[in-house]
Design a protein around this ligand. Structure first.
Ligand code: SAM
Length: 209
């Protein structure tokens, strides 16, 4: 596959044909959802909040936001069906989950519907990063926070982005980056010589209403 970027249809097909996503990602030592949650939780109300998981996939982030009301958005129905299996398991930690088919550049949610939003390991599939960030800021309340990641490593079929490029897109929308950090998300194909480095941006929704 190399440097050729997958089209949205190809991305959808990739995930439809990947029923072993959770098992493979565990083998690849995938820590994206937990790493983002560890840094992002201090920005959230301690008594739970409404949280949009943008590109939720199989729902690997759900377990890290106890007491929250999560809406998981993804355009791949097969991934949402896999996520459905986790809905009951997080009830025990006081978390409720609703799942919705939606494209991250056109989210099926009202303006200011959520206290906060996350998007982990998704932007590498999205050509129009500006529209994706704009949608995340639209659905989050003013002065609420959202976290978005982008890979600095070139991954097969994905879009690589320098942190400066992502920061520029966020700032151009009038939003404030309150924290930025790099992390190793996983080891591609479980190969220790192929670490995938990502940057995460925690953003305060300072956009004018
Ligand atoms: C690598 S998975 C990450 C899933 C989850 N956030 C995680 O950390 O495990 C990428 C997910 O983004 C979804 N996705 C990619 N492009 C999308 C788009 N334009 N709109 C909605 N979902 C998209 C895919 O279907 C897939 O489930």
């Amino acid at each position: 596959m190399g440097l050729r970027i997958k089209t949205p249809d190809q991305v959808n097909d990739q995930y439809v044909g990947w029923p072993s996503y959770d098992q493979d990602l565990e083998r690849w030592a995938y820590v994206g959802p937990r790493t983002v949650a560890d840094k992002f939780l201090p920005y959230l109300p301690t008594d739970g909040c409404t949280l949009a998981d943008v590109g939720c996939g199989t729902g690997l982030s759900f377990q890290y936001y106890p007491g929250s009301s999560i809406t998981g958005f993804d355009f791949c129905e097969a991934q949402l069906r896999r996520a459905e299996r986790k809905v009951d398991t997080v009830v025990a930690v006081g978390t409720s989950v609703t799942l919705q088919i939606a494209d991250v550049v056109n989210l099926s949610a009202d303006t200011s519907d959520f206290d906060a939003a996350i998007s982990v390991s998704v932007s590498e599939h999205v050509e129009d990063l500006c529209q994706m960030v704009s949608e995340m800021s639209r659905i989050v309340q003013r002065d609420g926070y959202f976290a978005i990641t982008a890979p600095e490593t070139q991954l097969d079929g994905c879009i690589r982005r320098d942190p400066e490029e992502v920061a520029e897109v966020i700032s151009s929308l009038g939003l404030q980056i309150v924290e930025q950090f790099a992390y190793i998300s996983h080891f591609q194909y479980a190969d220790p010589d192929q670490p995938a480095t990502y940057n995460c941006f925690i953003v305060r929704n300072t956009k004018a209403a």
